[in-house]
Design a binder for this molecule. Structure first.
Ligand code: FAD
Ligand code: NAP
Length: 548
């Protein structure tokens, strides 16, 4: 398994090489896009900033990193042979296993020869005279492509820690989303973890078992459901593989891109059933574990009172699990609806706070003032630390796109077009930026779903679109401003029917100082969205203008 890919030919630096398409990013999206473009006979090059393929699973090597959608579902469905031959070892595979899988895919489909790693795309400019994109990299390469496909990831630009004093910290510090490749040993150390999102919730139990002492600095508590991870039952694996076609179809047509076994009242309001029934259905889902918890009833995501029944169930579980009443209170989310910040799935997260070597510090009450050479100082106390782990999240959905100097018609920069928040048609294309596609872009279900389901849907839609253009002898496709505006209005209107806008989450950009506050993904559901995209295509790409 190669960790480093072939490097750019020297010659590329001197001449402008032409491709049918350039793909930015070699995660799950970029790899499948390359495979599909090859299938169309198109020439393509993939640029990847990391030292290998894998995207999320290349960068996030922190202890405990694993998927929280079952691996039998969080895997490609495009190849029946691949899904039959690959064997997952756990219900939720760990990072190393997922990265092995992605590398296997790169080899199995012979993808590496078109991938340039350790190469960051810095600029992409549309030339109206030639109707082509010029793409520049940090290695000084400049290539030309008819199509530019952003597979740059929704959670690939980390929020950089900018705490005062960090540069003088005498210990070591780490970011979950940029974890070193060599193993990190916290044995005997005093470790601080800043953040309590999904990444921290996975890392904390493991670091706590290793470190001499762990201090968790929490700003906002999160709702977490036990993952109930376990070795994959071979009988279950056999059964899923036998029924894969139907299971994948159901996932594609579902709301969230994966299917969990239904309980009896999923179509009903949580308020229409008795308390006993609610306890039973939430209890069943809590026992099964995982993200299906909030879909026990139809209106948990849209009705505050219904939502409160689910939140109250989890709050009671936290109080039941955590022995120290004050710590339990601190860990209990009170001021936002469950599910409106990304739900977490854990292995022994709340239990970890019963350990003698774990301390929880409320940095909402007493904010972090500075990192000192020997640790961390909040407004009220000093904490001696040997290592600090920043689990403070990502500049989600738009971060990686806006880091590239993308310029469309008339040299308009994307950052200006998106100054008040992202605007696009279907989350796939942007008016004024012809032949530029965004896989799982803002305005599509993307991060609200099993992302592989959404990635495959976008990749297949884009591939079909390029085939259509060729067949109809069209050279460009571009969203119209009217379609762009109407889609943004629709995304906002559907978002406003839910409770999502009520939370300060990365879905709304609230985690990044200065970022426009707008609910970015499309919450209409994966299945509904797919139908909309297919109808647009069937109507000759309605809402797009096609040029020669
Ligand atoms: P990525 O995997 O993010 O890949 C994008 C790649 O583009 C990166 O490697 C990046 O280096 C590269 N790139 C970006 N900008 C440039 C540039 N300018 N030039 C060159 N290269 C560039 N989703 C789920 O559905 N289920 C899960 O269980 C799940 N678990 C997750 C766990 C973690 C820790 C994280 C952070 C995310 C998780 N996600 C999960 C979301 C996950 O990001 C997606 O599932 C999926 O891996 C995204 O694939 P991608 O190819 O779209 O993007
Ligand atoms: P996150 O959910 O954004 O969590 C970041 C945490 O850091 C939050 O608790 C946040 O507090 C805190 N924080 C940020 N800045 C801070 C500051 N200046 N001071 C103190 N605390 C600060 O990021 P993440 O945990 O990396 O997860 C991001 C997403 O990646 C997840 O939502 C999920 O989609 C995906 N993911 C999935 C898994 C999985 O289980 N498969 C694992 C990891 C990640 P506030 O809440 O107050 O902002």
């Amino acid at each position: 398994m190669a960790d480093r890919e072939a490097q750019p030919a020297e010659a590329d630096a001197e001449r402008v090489v032409e491709f049918d398409a350039v793909i930015v990013g070699a995660g799950l999206a970029g790899l499948y896009m390359l495979h599909r473009l090859r299938g169309l006979g198109l020439s393509a090059r993939v640029y990847e900033a990391g030292g290998g393929v894998g995207g999320t699973w290349y960068w996030n090597r922190y202890p405990g990193a694993r998927c929280d959608i079952e691996s039998m579902d969080y895997s490609y469905s495009f190849s029946a042979a691949l899904q039959q031959e690959w064997r997952w070892t756990e219900r939720y595979a760990g990072q190393a296993e997922i990265l092995r899988y992605i590398n296997h895919v790169a080899d199995r489909f012979d993808l590496r020869r078109d991938i340039r790693c350790e190469t960051r795309v810095t600029a992409a400019r549309f030339d109206e005279a030639t109707n082509r994109w010029t793409i520049e990299t940090d290695r000084g390469e400049r290539v030309s492509a008819q199509f530019c496909i952003m597979a740059s990831g929704c959670l690939s630009t980390t929020q950089q820690p900018d705490f005062p004093g960090l540069e003088d910290f005498a210990g070591r510090w780490y970011q979950t989303g940029r974890w070193p490749h060599e193993s990190v040993d916290f044995s005997g150390q005093r470790v601080g973890v800043i953040g309590t999102g999904s990444s921290a919730i996975q890392a904390i139990p493991i670091i706590a078992r290793q470190a001499a002492h762990l201090t968790v600095f929490q700003r906002t508590p999160n709702f977490s459901i036990p993952a109930r991870n376990a070795p994959l039952d071979p009988e279950y694996e056999r059964w899923v593989k036998e029924h894969y076609a139907a299971r994948r179809r159901e996932a594609r047509e579902s709301r969230a891109g994966f299917v969990v076994p239904a309980t009896d009242h999923v179509q009903e309001s949580a308020l229409a059933v008795s308390e006993e029934v609610r306890e039973q259905d939430y209890g069943l889902r809590w026992q099964r574990g995982g993200l299906g918890f909030t879909s026990a009833f139809a209106d948990v995501g849209s009705n505050l009172a219904a939502n409160e029944t689910a939140a109250a169930f989890v709050r009671a579980k936290i109080r039941e699990t955590v022995h120290d009443r004050a710590v339990a209170e601190l860990l209990t989310p009170q001021d936002y609806p469950i599910g409106t910040k990304r739900l977490c799935a854990d292995s022994d997260y709340y239990e970890t706070f019963n350990r003698d070597n774990v301390t929880l510090v409320d940095v909402r009450q007493s904010p972090i003032a500075t990192i000192t050479p020997t640790g961390l100082q909040t407004r009220d106390a000093a904490y001696a630390l040997d290592s600090i782990v920043f689990a403070i999240g990502f500049d989600a959905m738009t971060g990686s796109l806006l880091k590239i100097d993308i310029r469309g018609r008339g040299g308009e920069p994307l950052w200006r077009k998106w100054a008040d928040g992202p605007r696009s048609y279907l989350g796939l294309m942007i008016a004024g930026f012809p032949n530029l596609f965004t896989i799982t872009g803002p305005g599509s279900p993307s991060v609200l779903s099993n992302m592989i389901t959404s990635i495959e849907q976008h990749v297949e839609w884009i591939a079909d679109c390029l085939a259509y253009l060729r067949e109809h002898e069209r050279g460009t496709i571009e969203a119209t401003i009217a379609a762009d505006d109407a889609w943004v209005a629709h995304v906002n209107a559907v978002g406003d029917t839910t409770l999502y806008p009520r939370a300060n989450s990365w879905y709304t950009g609230a985690n990044i100082p200065g970022k426009p506050r707008i609910f970015m993904p499309y919450v209409g559901g994966v299945g509904t969205y797919r139908v909309q995209c297919d109808e647009v295509a069937a109507r000759g790409y309605a809402g797009f203008s096609l040029g020669t």
